[in-house]
Design a protein around this ligand. Structure first.
Ligand code: GLA
Length: 387
């Protein structure tokens, strides 16, 4: 891929003198959904698919972007002095946002850049193509300007740019999973203080299979921000009678006792999901440590049910993928992953059942939904790197 992107860079920008190639992964979350903005735990991992980039410094303050995924848009030009937060959906809003965020955080950027990107994460699939673009951009700035920005800071800057430049109120999970990715490990992250540990994923005799619903989802226009606001409101109602900082501070029994402080039934369901999902994530990681993969799978299934019934972010497409997966012998666990409302599911499937899984789930999905799902057997890869 390195040769392909460098060749394309030369074609698009005249030559590739002084240009360097980089990569940042996508991510999949194994369990711990919609907990990251509720002070809870998440358990994502970086993938070996992601965003390839070629970049070089310019002598002036121009920014020129080109994406091989949106070739028809050609080169998109901007300038270091023209970066203003906006909710426009154009893809360059992500790299621009990160450059803006570096400036906001006081990093000195004295020159413009030519940047070419080529991603092999399906867009809008819930595998964090946008966070991957954010992290690769931050990594490029850090490397080409010699800023030595720590990987964890790249995650924080990525989230800051998405919140404040793109107007999406996302949590830290995606950028953290990508910036801190480690081969064959998932990251058990406590979002209340960013403490984390790596957990080796040794799925002897099983694979991680991602099923992409091909129902597109835009975070900005989804109900994501609405869910977040509902949780904040529910937290305030509980805080009126109890000293907690986040919903992640509560266990199931504590929540059950105080839940009637939340006046609205829907809001109560959102908060219940946030609390129970956080506890499920803690239990799932300890199941994995005890090599109890069956229990891990069962908790994944429960996570989906909670996202379907309490958080209400699944929808017919994701429910069909998951419910069909559950019918197949050899499926250890299956659930939606990411924000929901479309995007992907993640399943742990025994080796010998993978072909059958793809065939059966694929056919049932096509019959019910009318178009195809795509399937990817994925591997867990490292964080950003220079190629
Ligand atoms: C999106 C957001 C994350 C997280 C997930 C849901 O991927 O970017 O911060 O909230 O949804 O778990």
């Amino acid at each position: 891929m390195k040769d392909i992107v460098i060749k394309k860079f030369a074609e698009v920008f005249g030559d590739a003198d002084g240009a360097e190639a980089f990569f940042a992964p996508g991510r999949v979350n194994l369990i711990g959904e919609h907990t990251d903005y509720n002070g809870g735990h998440v358990f994502p991992c970086a993938l070996t698919i992601g965003t390839y980039a070629v970049a070089r410094k310019r002598e002036d303050r121009k920014l020129r972007f080109f994406s091989m995924n949106f070739e028809h848009l050609g080169i998109i030009e901007s300038g270091l002095d023209d970066l203003k937060p906006s909710k426009e959906a154009g893809w360059t809003n992500y790299p621009k946002g990160v450059i803006w965020a570096f400036l906001e955080k006081g990093y000195e950027i004295r020159c413009g850049f030519d940047i070419l990107l080529n991603g092999n994460i399906p867009n809008g699939s819930g595998l964090s193509s946008s966070a991957s673009v954010e992290v690769v951009t931050g990594y490029i700035l850090s490397e080409l300007l010699g800023l030595n920005v720590p990987d964890q800071e790249l995650a924080i800057i990525g989230q800051f740019s998405e919140n404040n430049f793109n107007g999406v109120n996302c949590g830290i999970m995606d950028q953290f999973a990508i910036a801190m990715g480690k081969k064959d490990n998932a990251i058990f992250l406590d979002t209340s203080d960013l403490s984390f540990e790596y957990a080796p994923i040794k799925l002897e005799g099983a694979k991680i299979v991602i099923s992409c619903s091909n129902k597109k989802r835009g975070l900005g226009d989804s109900k994501y921000n609405e869910r977040r606001a509902e949780c904040e409101e529910a937290l305030k109602e509980i805080q009126a009678g109890m000293g907690i900082n986040t919903l992640g501070d509560l266990n199931e029994e504590q929540f059950d006792k105080v839940q009637m402080a939340i006046k609205d039934e829907d809001r109560r369901k959102r908060a219940r999901h946030a609390v129970y999902e956080n506890q499920r994530t803690i239990k799932a990681v300890s199941a994995l440590k005890n090599n109890d993969i069956e229990l891990f799978g069962k908790l994944m299934n429960e996570s989906h049910v909670s996202l379907r019934d309490d958080y209400e972010v699944t929808g017919l497409e994701l429910d069909t993928l998951v419910e069909e997966a559950w019918k197949i012998d050899g499926v250890i666990g299956s659930r939606m992953t990411g924000a929901g409302f479309g995007g992907c599911t993640v399943s742990i499937v025994k080796d010998e059942a993978v072909d059958l899984f793809i065939d059966k789930v694929g056919k049932a999905y096509k019959d019910k939904i009318g178009y195809n799902a795509d399937f990817y057997v994925v591997e867990i890869g490292p964080g950003p790197c220079r190629l």
